[in-house]
Design a protein around this ligand. Structure first.
Ligand code: ZN
Length: 110
């Protein structure tokens, strides 16, 4: 399944919601131990290609939102970061994603 269009639509929607600007790209990468990652310098959000087709739309949106907010707040999960993420998502989908795809073993998000 090709989720490019969906990913782009989510990205545009989240950028508008969060006020994050710039040319931000989303790429797929076959991570072993994480669901997603971000390069602050390159403004590239990486999603795990191994799980991308298994994610629900909401989980996909959550991962993109999480990484996008790092572009605004920096690499750490600061209070401001967590607050803005909570405003976008009532539930902490991170735990659900870790449980489903990584057996809770490792920190699946950066
Ligand atoms: Zn993070």
């Amino acid at each position: 399944m090709n989720r490019d269009k969906e990913i782009n639509a989510i990205l545009q929607r989240l950028k508008a919601k969060t006020g994050i600007k710039g040319n931000i790209k989303v790429r797929l990468k076959p991570f072993k131990k994480k669901a997603a990652s971000v390069s602050l310098n390159r403004k590239v959000i990486y999603l795990n290609s191994k799980i991308i087709d298994k994610l629900t739309n909401e989980e996909l949106e959550y991962l993109i939102a999480h990484e996008l907010l790092h572009l605004k707040h920096g690499i750490f999960h600061t209070k401001e970061f967590e607050k803005e993420l909570k405003n976008l998502f009532k539930e902490d989908l991170q735990l659900e994603i870790l449980r489903r795809f990584f057996n809770n073993k490792i920190l699946g998000l950066e």
